[in-house]
Unconditional design. Structure first.
Length: 255
């Protein structure tokens, strides 16, 4: 995740070499000030590296110890996973404990907006939030602190079979298209049943389907821990995902 400077470059920079002469430790005060800034930068990079290592270790331990619920892909066609897994540099969801095991999906052909979003499990619709305007696609995250999930649906599922005895949990499908959620609270839904369309509402960049599992009905950022999920696929796809079951950024699923 972090580019490690060449050892020879570092030592010559600080202590000098035959070609360049004095290094920064042997230079005047101005260069020494620059040296201090560079040293602080290197210490910061090292600290971030340790943090990333600790987050990865805890993520993998929680995934293994808690057990993961098997979900069906919430879409049809070929989609790509983004912003998922235990690597801090590739998964901004790790900033919020409720989204630790979240996955974002985009269509490989770039036509995510308006695509059908399917229920990834049998369950009962617990909560629906709608009425938030869809945003234009941007390269940067568009802040929405009041309603970060945008339009979303919460589906209560029985996770006991897939998670070694856990009782109820709630699947969150977020950033949906305004006005597209046609399932209603109290309605039973089956795995693979259309419930909404992909949009770009809430705190987001471009249209995608956000999926995570949590031990609470509604999205309240940082209030509960997210729960591990894996996706039910067969054949070559299952081999690509691997025995541990969690998706890596860039991996594709076809449903």
């Amino acid at each position: 995740m972090y580019e490690q400077p060449c050892l020879r470059t570092i030592t010559s920079f600080w202590f000098g070499n035959a070609k360049t002469g004095a290094g920064l430790f042997q230079a005047d005060g101005l260069r020494s000030g620059k040296a201090l800034l560079i040293l602080l930068s290197l210490l910061y990079v090292a600290q971030q590296g340790r943090l990333a290592w600790r987050v990865r270790r805890v993520w993998l331990r929680r995934f293994a110890e808690l057990g993961s619920m098997r979900l069906a892909p919430p879409f049809r066609g070929e989609w790509k996973a983004l912003r998922c897994g235990p690597n801090l540099g590739r998964n901004p969801h790790l900033a919020g404990k409720d989204q630790w095991f979240a996955v974002d999906f985009v269509r490989v052909d770039g036509k995510s907006r308006g695509s059908e979003v399917l229920s990834p499990a049998d369950g009962v619709v617990a909560y629906v939030e709608d009425g938030h305007e869809d945003k234009a696609a941007r390269w940067w995250r568009q802040a929405e602190s009041a309603h970060p999930a945008g339009n979303y649906i919460s589906i209560q599922v029985n996770a006991a079979a897939g998670r070694g005895g856990e009782e109820s949990a709630w699947v969150i499908l977020a950033h949906l298209e305004q006005g597209s959620i046609h399932a209603r609270p109290g309605q039973a839904v089956r795995s693979g049943e259309p419930v909404a369309r992909c949009g770009n509402s809430g705190q987001t960049t471009a249209p995608h389907v956000h999926v995570h599992l949590q031990a609470a009905e509604r999205v309240e950022p940082g209030q509960v821990w997210g729960l591990p999920i894996r996706f039910s696929v067969e054949g070559e796809q299952a081999g690509n995902i691997g025995a541990k079951g969690w998706l890596r950024p860039g991996q594709r699923l076809v449903s």
